[in-house]
Design a protein around this ligand. Structure first.
Ligand SMILES: *Cc1c(COP(=O)(O)O)cnc(C)c1O
Length: 504
């Protein structure tokens, strides 16, 4: 069919498809700021400091051009607001806009952490309210919202565990942290950061912790076992109580990586499974937008025996007021300035109260239902790595297309041409050609069907026309990037086309 869109109407499409750098939009004499005439003596900066602009070519653009430039850039961005985002292990759910309304209220936004406690009782009530909800949801004795990322929460838990062993006179003896081979990379990083030696525990054929290997690795040098439940395979660990018993029997502690809490809200409590501590990603499960590097909250839950070591101050409910308890002589100290990301507590409380006790379990019920639906619909083209019901995400394998020269990455890149964000690829590391799909509870059956139809069509294409996949994405302003090169030879300095590229 001939393209009947007139050239002029196509302009916006063109701006988005062929964005020029702001330097290329520069036109001499254009200016984006309008400053009043100076009423102080003029100083010749160049005479005192030298010409600071030497070698820097600032773009000359009007205010309107600057605005259009950045608005157009925002239109080539992809986010949960523009489409389905099934990135496994990341819980890219829709964050209700009411959260932003409350987080934007001036009484929350314009207060300062150094204000006297009696003037910010409302804010302390919010932090305490979230803490009490999370204690109820997780079954832990205490919660702190100080850590500002999941990885930071992991590290804080290990610091508590370290302080606990030291207080028992076993600090020098317990040097090892055990971690399953399916774990998220932050787990070994946190353990190493805390000075522990890391030992890997294999996963058995069903996708559970290999109990025989675990028992063989357990002795009195073990400080902790870090388990993710549900695991990064999207599977609930059925032996979790046994795992905790075995580790406790040799005096070790058990940490739960709770980034996957979206599978369990209101349906089961990790504090009842035998764990000593866990971290939660409020920016995943409890609905703060994420993916751009923050803000984050890796709140941690802990049992009573670890409470005296927890970061101070502890937000505590008194008889008439909420106060900050600094009188914690055994505390490991602060792990962040003040009390963490306060406005995330406002968002989390809004979210928790909007769902309420009756509504919260539906988060996980629908998250689990949606993941099992996708797993079942794709079973013929992309079988699950483990054939059993999954929790909030499913891990599929694309290995049968490898003989056709098609990899998981090719399928993911082709998905972009169908208008979807790709799932997580090649994680967990133990599943060949892994595609990890986390649909979340906020997507409708219609959206999941459109996604599954696209995946099925792509898998058919892999057999009939594999090159269409190799050349994907074909609809974006950039094709396939050399990701390793992009990281190693970061090129962020503008230069005119005539100049040689500079790498930094
Ligand atoms: C996201 C995630 C983490 C780390 O959380 P950050 O906030 O990114 O530091 C840890 N473990 C698992 C399983 C995760 O999915």
């Amino acid at each position: 069919m001939p393209n009947r869109i007139p050239e002029s109407a196509n302009m916006r499409w063109k701006t988005v498809r062929e964005p020029r750098l702001i330097f290329e939009k520069s036109s001499p004499g254009q200016i984006g700021a309008n400053l009043p005439k100076a009423d102080t003596p003029e100083v010749d900066l160049a005479a005192t400091l030298g010409d600071l602009r030497d070698g820097v070519e600032w773009p000359e653009v009007s205010e309107l051009e600057v605005m259009r430039h950045f608005v157009n850039l925002s239109h080539i961005n992809y986010g949960i607001e523009t489409g389905f985002y099934p990135l496994g292990s990341c819980t890219m759910k829709y964050n209700p806009r009411i959260n932003e309304v409350t987080a934007g209220l001036s009484g929350f936004r314009n207060i300062h952490p150094l204000m006297p406690e009696d003037t910010v009782q409302g804010a302390l009530e919010v932090i305490c309210g979230v803490k009490e909800y999370l204690m109820e949801i997780t079954g832990f004795y205490e919660i702190t919202q100080q850590p500002v990322a999941g990885a930071h929460g992991e590290m804080t838990c290990l610091m508590l565990i370290k302080a606990f062993h030291a207080a028992n006179g076993e600090g020098d003896k317990r040097t090892v942290v055990l971690i399953p081979d399916s774990a998220h990379g932050t787990n070994p990083a946190s353990a190493a950061r805390c000075g522990y030696d890391v030992k890997s525990i294999p996963t058995d054929a069903e996708g559970n912790t290999d109990l025989v290997a675990l028992e063989a690795a357990l002795d009195d040098t073990v400080a902790a076992f870090m388990v993710t439940n549900p695991s990064t395979l999207g599977l609930f660990e059925p032996n979790i109580e046994r795992v905790c018993e075995l580790v406790h029997a040799v005096g070790g502690q058990v940490f739960c990586d709770g980034a996957n809490m979206n599978a369990m809200v209101g349906t089961t409590r990790p504090g009842d499974h035998g764990f000593d501590c866990m971290h939660l990603n409020l920016h995943k499960t409890f609905s703060t937008p994420h993916g751009g590097g923050g803000p984050g909250c890796g709140a941690i839950g802990l049992q009573e025996h670890l409470a005296k070591f927890m970061p101070a101050p502890v937000v505590t409910r008194g008889e008439f007021e909420v106060f900050l308890d600094y009188d914690r002589p055994d505390s490991i100290g602060r792990v962040s300035s003040f009390y963490g990301q306060f406005l995330m507590a406002v968002r989390a409380l809004t979210y928790l109260m909007a769902y309420g006790k009756e509504g919260l379990p539906n988060i996980s019920r629908y998250a689990v239902l949606n993941a099992n639906y996708v797993k079942a619909r794709l079973a013929d083209v992309l079988p699950a790595a483990h054939d059993r019901p999954c929790m909030h995400e499913c891990v599929l394998t694309a290995s049968k297309y490898k003989k056709l020269g098609v990899r998981a990455l090719d399928i993911s890149k082709r998905l972009i041409d169908h208008g979807f964000h790709p799932p997580t690829n090649y994680f967990p590391l133990i599943v060949p050609e892994a595609m990890m799909i986390e649909p979340t509870e906020t997507e409708s059956k219609e959206t999941l069907d459109r996604f599954c139809d696209a995946m099925i069509a792509i898998c058919k294409e892999a057999e009939e026309d594999p090159d269409a996949l190799h050349n994907a994405p074909a609809t974006q302003i950039v094709g396939r990037l050399d990701e390793a090169r992009a990281v190693k030879f970061l090129d962020v300095k503008y230069k005119k086309e005539s100049e040689e590229p500079v790498s930094v």
